[in-house]
Design a protein around this ligand. Structure first.
Ligand SMILES: Nc1nc(=O)c2c([nH]1)NC[C@@H]1CN(c3ccc(C(=O)N[C@@H](CCC(=O)O)C(=O)O)cc3)CN21
Ligand SMILES: O=c1ccn([C@H]2C[C@H](O)[C@@H](COP(=O)(O)O)O2)c(=O)[nH]1
Length: 304
């Protein structure tokens, strides 16, 4: 019997638990960390959305479609019931309110409600700065032009697939200080195997929350690779993930152990119900995961 590909992820959790160095981190939560790790998934063996806990794949896909659209305001996420980016703008808003003011104590629900209903408020407080979507689609050059890196990737895949420069990157050094968080999944690179005509995608993640973020990041790497393959006429090959500061937050240890006690189930199949003319015209309703039958969700707090 061959080993289930999800075993790579479970082995990473075990490695972190057993050998990770305890470190103090920016958030104050603390982590167990290792430096440098890789995993790979052959997409012909199924779509790599982990099964040992329920992964909210629609939330992940909505986030990826938002980034691909060039979005960088949480408004478009919150409108779609996606809350994973709200903590950072919320914290910034609360910190900026004067002591004792009514706004100092508003709850997240009210904050998100204002983001949705008040355009001015969303503009001022919902913007994450020039994060992923902005850099991917509209990287600003010195002479005031904008570079659409994702469209360049599509063009290279169609016209020069042996190029070793099929890359987009969110790490715009000159603008890091304007971002709510500097990009974690920073480098994307693609490769067409001339023998099989399959497209593979790799991603470098400088910093990895191995319990919460990673499940989303792997699913989304497989997602973008599959979408690019469909749009440019290739089959799907592998995804390759490179993690740098790979960590497990101290308040995720019990959850990780619980997850480790479970056996992986078969990976589902990504069904794309409609093929739009452009990579930028997909909507969440175009996707279904066939045969996704995960173990139950194991919630965990996110370190802000
Ligand atoms: N500490 C930290 N970890 C991250 O993974 C992370 C950040 N910060 N900051 C930016 C984004 C936001 N991301 C997040 C944030 C929260 C969840 C999360 O809470 N996931 C839950 C529930 C998801 C839902 O609301 O549907 C999960 O069980 O997967 C996942 C990814 C990934 N990134
Ligand atoms: O897609 C993402 C986005 C963020 N993360 C994690 C990695 C870290 O735990 C934090 C970011 O904190 P830094 O101090 O900026 O490294 O968010 C992730 O895993 N995946």
């Amino acid at each position: 019997m061959t080993t289930h590909p999800e075993k790579q992820y479970l082995d990473l959790l075990t490695l972190l638990l057993e050998t990770g160095s305890e470190r103090v981190d920016r958030t104050g939560v603390g982590t167990k960390a290792i430096f440098g790790h890789t995993m790979r998934f052959d997409l012909s063996e199924g779509f790599p959305v982990f099964t040992t806990k329920r992964v909210y794949w629609k939330t992940a896909f909505k986030e990826m479609l938002w980034m691909l659209s060039g979005g960088h305001n949480i408004k478009e996420l919150v409108e779609q019931n996606v809350h994973i980016w709200s903590d950072w703008p919320y914290k910034k808003f609360i910190d900026a309110q004067p002591e004792g003011s009514a706004d100092k104590s508003i709850m997240m629900e009210e904050f998100e409600q204002r983001i949705i209903t008040d355009d001015g408020f969303a503009k001022q407080w919902g913007d994450l700065g020039p994060v992923y979507g902005k850099q991917w689609r509209r990287w600003k050059t010195e002479d005031g032009q904008e570079i659409d890196q994702v469209s360049q990737v599509i063009d290279l895949l169609k016209n020069n697939p042996s190029s070793r420069r099929i890359i987009f990157d969110g790490w715009n050094v000159g603008e890091l200080d304007q971002m709510a968080l500097p990009p974690c999944h920073k480098h994307y690179q693609f490769y067409v195997d001339p023998n099989t005509n399959k497209l593979s995608g790799a991603m470098v993640q400088r910093s990895c929350d191995s319990y919460l973020g990673l499940a989303f990041n792997i699913a989304n790497l497989a997602f973008i690779t599959t979408l690019l393959a469909e749009q440019t006429g290739y089959g799907v090959g592998e995804i390759v993930w490179f993690g740098m500061d790979v960590h497990l937050y101290m308040n995720h240890i019990e959850q990780a152990k619980k997850q480790l006690s479970r056996e992986p189930k078969a990976f589902p199949k990504l069904v794309i119900k409609r093929k739009p003319d452009s990579l930028f015209d997909y909507t969440i309703d175009d996707f279904e995961l066939e045969g996704y039958d995960p173990h139950s969700a194991i919630p965990a707090p996110v370190a802000v």
